[in-house]
Design a protein around this ligand. Structure first.
Ligand code: M6R
Length: 626
């Protein structure tokens, strides 16, 4: 989830692009870069780290070559390749056109490896580790008339279209070419791109925040469209060059709201980004019918040798790890233990080289998880990291990595990274099942495709967020809230309670519903809200009927029941004071949909109580002390 800006107009482009990047820095801050046509060539500068590093660098080298009125810029959230100067965008072409083409990109190009091999066969070698750079070389070849179809020669929009047709995955690509200094061309598939329409100037950006200080007239690009902008306007086609009609709209948000996608808080925006976060996390992991990891320094034989799995993590990541246990045990028949990372190394866990330790961390820097990982490595165990931050310490010290491509999470409370972690955990389960042969290849592919369909179900839940908000309002005055679940509903209940504690500073406890009568039922008093995560009556009928009994037990004692149940589940209705319906989905995937309303309820209660949802008291996004 990177930030992209393009500009053609009458102002100094560098100032406009840097101002836009500043607004988009929340989308990525691993590195930043700009490219401006200048004197028949391109002036390009890129720098690892925050935008300020790039600005300092521009001051050092002087801004004399960056004086044009057109340009592109980028803030990066690393996916392929660590966050270094070399991997920073823009990426430019090489010998095909003497570096006259520069590209910035948001998304993941899934087929970049075969495309890179194709370029190497032409003696064109990538300088970076990114998937993006190949797009710069391919556009350069097309523009130079050296692609399979020479008709794109000297035609930048046609060149970009021809390349877009060859790319798989998600991408917003924005291209500048030294021979077309007053034109910028962009292509969009499954990744955002908006146009800003000013007087004698046109903007391109990942979101409107980048340009609303200059214009409020905007156009949202659709799926598989290419746009060409000049200072006089724009032209939109599909990937085949057919003209496409678009509808301009007026942006009514103020600047602060624009950065947050129109919300008061980043967290609410991040909740809505969950379908994309899950889809991006899965993207590119099924290649030729096989599950592949991101950085794999483990062989299939290593995975076959595993006889035990430990999952270590903290907080929300730990809750996602609980779900890993259900999936991995079910799919691989391997025993899985899950432990909070801060306890793991102090109790002498039994580990050896046949143990796989899965370390889950959004930040990749959490001290407890890092130390647990180091302890595991000291005992010769193999470590697989699940991480949202490319190049962080935890993935660096691990034997294999799966990145959750959720993009930066600004809200301290984890939301989109939780659901992305769940998706990544399931990828680990499938990779193990595949290597160990506990599932047939076609079964692995089927599970993967089912997982791929989950973002659609999450979108359905997002459509009913108004109901979740209303529930939050109703519960805002409560003294405490209890959460109940069974099986995969139990980690969901734990996560719901954690969100409520950290955001609304409300006493919240989650229980495995079967434990209720072993003590916690004594807490039930008239009016106490209890949120219950019901399994599907079809998926786990036994658990469903048991939980139905539990609801009746608490209802009989006066609890105010808030029930999350599958749409059409009539059996719960008589016992639910408030009902939130979830779309039907398979058992292991239910947490992806059931967690979303709980995140919203917690945020809404916090808002109603007047708390800062993005920055809860006493908490930090990354906890680097034990
Ligand atoms: O960066 P990590 O995933 O390792 O962080 C772990 C926890 O500190 C984190 O999940 C924390 O619990 C969140 N604030 C929960 O919303």
């Amino acid at each position: 989830m990177c930030g992209i800006v393009g500009y053609v107009g009458h102002r100094p482009a560098l100032d406009v692009v840097l101002a836009g990047l500043r607004r988009l820095e929340y989308r990525g801050y691993d590195s930043a870069g700009v490219a401006l046509p200048h004197s028949g060539g391109l002036a390009v500068e890129r720098k690892a780290g925050a935008l300020v590093n790039l600005e300092q660098r521009l001051d050092e080298i002087g801004r004399d070559t960056f004086t044009g009125t057109a340009g592109i810029g980028h803030t990066r959230w690393a996916t392929h390749g660590p966050p270094t100067d070399r991997n920073a965008h823009p990426h430019r072409s090489g010998p095909a056109d003497a570096g006259k083409t520069a590209v910035v990109h948001n998304g993941i190009i899934e087929n970049y490896l075969p495309l890179r091999a194709e370029l190497e066969a032409l003696d064109i070698w990538a300088e970076s580790d990114t998937d993006t750079e190949i797009a710069a070389h391919l556009v350069a070849l097309a523009y130079a008339g050296r692609a399979a179809d020479p008709s794109t020669k000297g035609d930048l929009p046609a060149s970009v279209r021809s390349v877009a047709l060859r790319l798989e995955g998600a991408f917003t690509l924005v291209v500048t070419h030294a021979d077309e200094p007053d034109t910028i061309v962009a292509a969009r598939r499954s990744s955002p791109l908006v146009l800003g329409l000013g007087e004698g100037e046109t903007f391109l950006a990942s979101d409107v925040a980048a340009f609303i200080e200059f214009t409020r007239n905007a156009v949202e690009l659709g799926q598989d469209q290419v746009v060409t902008i000049t200072r006089d306007g724009y032209d939109v086609t599909d990937f085949r060059g057919e003209p496409v009609a678009v509808s301009p709209f007026e942006v009514t948000w103020d600047l602060a709201a624009a950065e947050k996608g129109g919300h008061d808080y980043f967290m609410l925006k991040e909740i809505e980004e969950q379908p994309t976060a899950i889809a991006d996390t899965l993207r590119g992991h099924l290649v030729d019918g096989r599950i592949v990891l991101d950085e794999q320094r483990l062989t299939d034989q290593d995975l076959r040798d595993v006889d035990k799995v430990f999952v270590v993590a903290c907080g929300t990541a730990y809750h996602s790890g609980l779900l890993a246990k259900y999936a991995i045990e079910h799919w691989t028949r391997l025993p899985v233990e899950i432990e909070v990372a801060s306890e793991f190394r102090y109790r002498d866990p039994v580990l050896d080289r046949s143990t796989l330790v899965v370390a889950i961390s959004q930040s990749g820097e959490t001290a407890d998880t890092l130390e647990a990982l180091r302890h595991a490595k000291d005992q010769k165990a193999r470590v697989l990291a699940i991480c949202n931050t490319n190049g962080a310490q935890i993935p660096r010290e691990s034997d294999a990595v799966i990145y959750t491509h959720a993009g930066p999470e600004i809200g301290v409370a984890a939301t989109k990274t939780f659901t992305a972690q769940v998706a990544a955990n399931y990828l680990v389960g499938l990779a193990l099942a595949q290597a160990r042969g506990t599932k047939y290849p076609d079964e692995v592919v089927r599970e993967f495709h089912e997982l791929e369909a989950a973002p659609k179900a999450v979108e359905t839940v997002l459509e009913s967020l108004g109901e979740a908000r209303a529930l939050g309002q109703l519960l805002a005055d409560s003294k405490a809230v209890l959460f109940l679940g069974r099986h995969v509903g139990y980690p969901v209940a734990l996560e719901g309670a954690l969100k409520l504690k950290e955001l609304a500073y409300m006493h919240a406890e989650a229980f495995a519903a079967g434990e209720l009568k072993h003590g916690p039922i004594a807490l039930i008093e008239p009016g106490l809200p209890v949120i219950v995560v019901m399994p599907s009556p079809k998926g786990r009928a036994v658990l469903h009927s048991k939980l139905l009994s539990n609801i009746q037990e608490i209802k009989a004692r006066g609890a105010r029941t808030v029930v999350l149940a599958e749409a059409g589940d009539e059996t719960v209705k008589p016992f639910a004071d408030h009902l939130f319906e979830l779309p039907p989905i398979s058992t292991l995937l239910q947490p992806l949909v059931a967690t979303v309303p709980l995140q919203v309820i917690a945020a809404e209660i916090a808002r109603a109580r007047g708390y800062d949802v993005d920055k809860p008291r006493n908490l930090a996004k990354s906890v680097t002390v034990e």
